[in-house]
Design a protein around this ligand. Sequence first.
Ligand SMILES: [Zn+2]
Length: 210
Amino acid sequence: MRSFPTSSPENALLAAILSELMWRRVPARAELGRIAGLSETEAGERLKALERMGAVVVDLAGNLLAAYPLSAVPTLHVVDLGGAAPWANCAIDALAVPAMAGRPGTIRSRCAHCDAGVTVDVEGPRITGARPETAVVAYGGLAHCIDRPSLEGRCPYINFFCDLAHARAWKRPGGWQGRLLSLAEAVELALERFDPIIEIFRHSPVAPQA
Ligand SMILES: [Zn+2]
């Protein structure tokens, strides 16, 4: 994300979109004004501003694909919040979702090397469990996957792995540059990166808790 929204109508729209994506509901363009308490014209303008900031991704037809950290299309990273179970764009995005929702969550993802399940329990800034316990995150490429191929559902840059050996054996996308993080390091990075979005979401009058 290049920057984050500062004006309150943009915050309201972003929070409203995120609260819909929490429940895997993808608001149509025509609904944005109603859910954010804005006129349709203003909602359209604010959506464009959010897009320019890199806070949301919209396809050529105007359909919402993502509002970071959440995805509007199925991905490898599901964050089970004990009710809501949104899709996250990548491993780092997934780790920020429980703090944003204000409740514990369990991330269900897959090792990008061997496709085995990787499950991570997160409570705010703390990792409270992981299966396998050796799981790590490869973090690199584009910080927020903003140029990921639309609808691919697999961010090629930021993934979970069973362990260091699988992260090192991973066939990386061409040009990938990055580093391997422990889960504790990864959740710390996630909360640092998403702090502005977490604040916007948690303090918005229109965003119900997940
Ligand atoms: Zn693996």
